[in-house]
Design a protein around this ligand. Structure first.
Ligand SMILES: Nc1nc2c(ncn2[C@@H]2O[C@H](COP(=O)(O)OP(=O)(O)OP(=O)(O)O)[C@@H](O)[C@H]2O)c(=O)[nH]1
Length: 367
């Protein structure tokens, strides 16, 4: 009888899938009543899509999260029409939606270089406004990564991701015993008794060198960016991609997957993650699981199993390590509960953070 065991770690990853910003268009410049001059308009604030950016990189670069357009120049005797204020550009990741604080959608950015105006600058003062300028629009906006699913399955080919998704959900993905079966994300829905639904994406199988765009490479990694949490799936007996490539144990598979994510975008590794150890119905699975757990508890001691350039900078502290068999459904219910727990935990943390942020903003507006 297989003993159901689970290691639980708490991990507060710093991956962000949404970010709230304050934006304000620049004020217009004063007109010049004596000569009928017109002040310059204030600069607009734009969000501009850039592949290089992540939401976290915006927060790191601009901790105050305030973006204000330039002020329009006053009209003067030398320049009756004042210069426009400078526009302010916020570089943001591709694949986001932008909403007002009340949830109304301002727009989406889906391709590199696409731009969206989020706050218009004020008008310069002119004859029609008694030469008084107006202020720019001011608001809070929210940037949200457009997610493909709550959870993304990450694993090497044949680990059993498609089988697992079928066992967990109502999806009927294509399953075959050869590598690279999964060509596009297949989304499964996990249903809970209280009607909560969690979506899981089966992403194209990763191979070593994916960060160099080998196999389904970037196609795969691009989807990983669009899930809230990760679910690593490994074959408890290890795997060998091809006769020419080395055999990899489950521990090595975990670290190689981690390294591939890290090499593509380091931030991905900070997403909350679960580890599913599949194929527990195979002979010697129990011993192999025990060995894997020992290795995961002291990964540094076992890093010499990996080629130097494939040792991750940081080992992932999985929230749950769950042994299952997608074939017999052993452990699948337990996994479903772990998934729910992990997502609920993150949602709670997000709500707390949001309240804290709003309270801070309120306090600073009172001072
Ligand atoms: N013994 C055993 N075999 C399994 C289990 N889960 C999956 N398999 C087998 O492993 C092979 C690969 O399963 P898939 O579900 O297609 O694996 P995948 O990870 O989605 O593979 P790719 O689509 O190539 O990325 C199939 O032959 C499955 O029948 C399991 O729990 N036990």
């Amino acid at each position: 009888m297989v003993q159901l065991s689970r290691i639980c770690f708490r991990k507060y990853g710093n991956f962000m899938d949404n970010l709230r910003l304050y934006v304000r268009g620049g004020s217009g410049g004063m007109g010049l009543p004596r000569l009928g001059g017109q002040g310059g308009n204030g600069g607009n604030v734009w969000v501009v899509a850039s592949k290089k950016m992540t939401l976290k990189s915006i927060k790191d670069k601009y901790p105050l999260k305030r973006f204000i357009g330039g002020v329009g120049a006053n009209s003067s005797i030398q320049a009756l029409k004042g210069d426009r204020g400078m526009d302010k550009e916020i570089l943001a990741p591709v694949g986001i939606s932008v909403t007002n604080d009340d949830g109304k959608i301002i727009g989406e950015l889906n391709i590199e270089g696409e731009r969206l105006m989020v706050a218009k600058g004020g008008s310069g003062g002119s004859y029609h406004t008694a030469f008084q300028p107006s202020k720019g629009q001011a608001k809070h906006i929210r940037l949200d990564l457009k997610l493909v699913a709550d959870l993304g399955l990450v694993g090497f080919p044949n680990a059993g991701k498609s089988s697992l998704l079928t066992a967990l959900s109502n999806a009927t993905p294509e399953i075959a015993s050869y590598a690279f079966t999964t060509l596009r994300p297949e989304i499964g829905k996990l249903m809970y008794k209280d009607h909560k639904q969690i979506s899981v994406a089966d992403l194209p199988g990763l191979i070593e060198g994916a960060h160099l765009n080998k196999g389904m490479g970037h196609n795969f990694l691009k989807h990983v960016e669009r899930t809230k949490q990760l679910m690593f799936v490994v074959d408890v007996t290890g795997f060998q991609l091809a006769s020419k490539t080395p055999f990899r144990s489950a521990f090595e598979a975990v670290q190689l997957l981690t390294k591939e994510l890290e090499l593509y975008k380091e931030e991905l590794v900070s997403k909350p993650a679960l580890l599913v150890v599949n194929k527990m119905d195979l002979p010697d699975a129990e011993d192999k699981l025990a060995e894997l757990k020992e290795q995961l508890e002291n990964p540094d001691e076992f890093s010499d199993l990996l080629p130097d350039d494939m040792i991750p900078k940081n080992y992932i502290a999985f929230r749950h390590v769950v042994p299952v068999s997608a074939a017999t459904k052993f452990g699948v219910e337990d996994l479903k509960n772990c998934i729910r727990q992990s997502l609920d935990e993150s949602a709670e943390m997000e709500t707390t953070d949001m309240h804290r942020e709003k309270l801070q903003a309120l306090r600073s507006s009172l001072h």
